[in-house]
Every structure is written in structure tokens, then in C-alpha cells.
Ligand binder design. Structure first.
Ligand code: ADP
Ligand code: ZN
Length: 215
């Protein structure tokens, strides 16, 4: 099964993707994670995208399409896939269709996670992640059970994304509304869209996604 998680920044795509990986053996392809890895390891491409990412704008289509193409050619291409944060433009959506078709594969469903904008800013500016296992937390709504210790792996190191500040979040929401939201109609027209309410508890949303995907 190949699916896209679609929704604004902070909608919970990464959290739900992790659940689908653990419970259904799918492989998560997050262009945001790939770009952050490139930026942190200081590759030429990473240096090129750093400013754009910090501002909250989209990096160019050719860069992210290239990253996805590389993954589909590698080990990930042998598994069921969750696209998280990709596609974000109509050009990326067309490119993904073509890349999957080349491999004799197709998209099964697009899960749209709906969350209103005020909740998003609040969620994003409070979030932090375990540096070791990637579990996502929130200062108020999902703190660690024991202060400063990851519930999942026991690590005491956490990271906050440098673009998780209010200014960048507003730019990211603007980019989402202008460039990504048109994909909702695009996938609806193809009969692939499944919308879920992204505002509930993590478990409840995971359950709704499973139901909508027939898992
Ligand atoms: P979020 O969904 O929380 O905004 P991501 O981790 O998906 O964050 O992406 C972080 C940043 O990486 C984006 O703000 C953008 O600059 C860049 N990025 C990620 N995926 C794409 C994409 N498919 N197209 C263009 N830019 C992207
Ligand atoms: Zn951890």
C-alpha cells in the first residue's frame, strides 16, 4: 500500500506516519527529514536549501523530486510507502504519479488531516523531538512522563526545529494554503482523498486513519 499524508505543518503527519510504520510495516518518506539531514551534514544541496527552510518557504520542486526518485530507486522502493510532506505542489504530485508508474506502482490513498490554523501555531511552537528515536512531544499537550527522559527509548537528548517559531510557521501556513491545498481537489478528483479530523487524541486519529484505509 502506498499512501500520502496531506495536511498543514503541525497537522500530525509525522506522528501518524510513525504509527503506520510501527503497526503496518510501511516505510516513511519525509522530504522534510531528508532536507534537514542534508542541511545538518552540510552537503552542497543542504547549504542551498538552509535559508529557504528557515524562512518557511518551499524548496524547489526539482530538489525534492530528486530526493524521492532516489528513494524509490533504493531499498525503500521495495516496500509500501507513506509520503509525508511530499507532494506539496501540483508539479510534485504529477512527478510522483510518473515515478510510481515507472516502477509499476500506484498510489492507493491520500489521507488529508484537517486541523484549524490557531491549533497549528500552538502545536508547532510547543513541539520537541527525541534526538535518538524521533518520538514527538509537546510542552503542554504531550510532555515526557519523566522530566527530560524519552518515554520510548530513555534518551535524555531532545531537539527543537529551528523553523518551529511563530514567524516561520505563518510563512509555512501561507505556503500550504497557496501551493499545497490545491492538491486536496486534485486527489479528490482522482477518487483518492480520505479526510480525517486531525484535532482529536493521537490514538483516536490513528484508529480513524486505519478505518479509512481499510487496514
Ligand atoms: P512541516 O510540515 O512541519 O512544515 P517538514 O518537515 O515537512 O515540515 O518540512 C520542513 C521544510 O522543508 C518546509 O518548510 C520546506 O522548506 C521544506 N520542504 C519539505 N518538503 C518539501 C517539499 N515537498 N517541497 C518543497 N519544500 C519542502
Ligand atoms: Zn526516544
Amino acid at each position: 500500500m502506498n499512501i500520502i499524508l496531506l495536511g498543514p505543518p503541525g497537522a500530525g503527519k509525522g506522528t501518524q506516519a510513525r504509527r503506520l510504520v510501527e503497526e503496518h510495516g510501511l516505510v516513511q518518506l519525509s522530504t522534510g527529514d531528508m532536507l534537514r539531514a542534508a542541511r545538518n551534514s552540510g552537503t552542497e544541496m543542504g547549504r542551498k536549501v538552509a535559508d529557504v527552510m528557515a524562512r518557511g518557504d518551499l524548496v524547489t520542486d526539482d530538489i525534492v523530486i530528486g530526493l524521492i526518485a532516489e528513494q524509490l530507486d533504493g531499498e525503500a522502493g521495495k516496500h509500501g510507502l507513506i509520503f509525508d510532506g511530499f507532494p506539496r505542489t501540483l508539479a510534485q504530485a504529477d512527478a510522483l504519479d510518473a515515478l510510481l508508474a515507472e516502477k509499476g506502482r500506484a498510489l492507493d490513498a491520500v489521507v488529508e488531516m484537517r486541523v484549524d490554523e490557531d491549533a497549528l501555531v500552538d502545536r508547532i511552537t510547543g513541539r520537541f523531538t527525541c534526538a535518538k528515536c524521533g518520538e514527538v512531544y509537546h510542552d503542554r499537550t504531550k510532555p515526557t512522563a519523566k522530566d527530560g527522559v524519552c518515554d520510548v527509548c530513555g534518551s535524555t537528548e531532545f531537539v527543537r526545529r529551528s523553523d518551529d517559531n511563530e514567524e516561520s510557521v505563518r510563512v509555512r501556513l501561507g505556503a500550504y494554503n497557496r501551493q499545497t491545498a490545491p492538491l486536496i481537489g486534485y486527489y479528490h478528483a482522482k477518487g483518492k482523498l480520505r479526510s480525517v479530523d486531525g484535532l482529536g487524541a493521537i490514538d483516536a486519529i490513528a484508529g480513524e486513519i486505519r478505518t479509512r484505509l481499510g487496514l
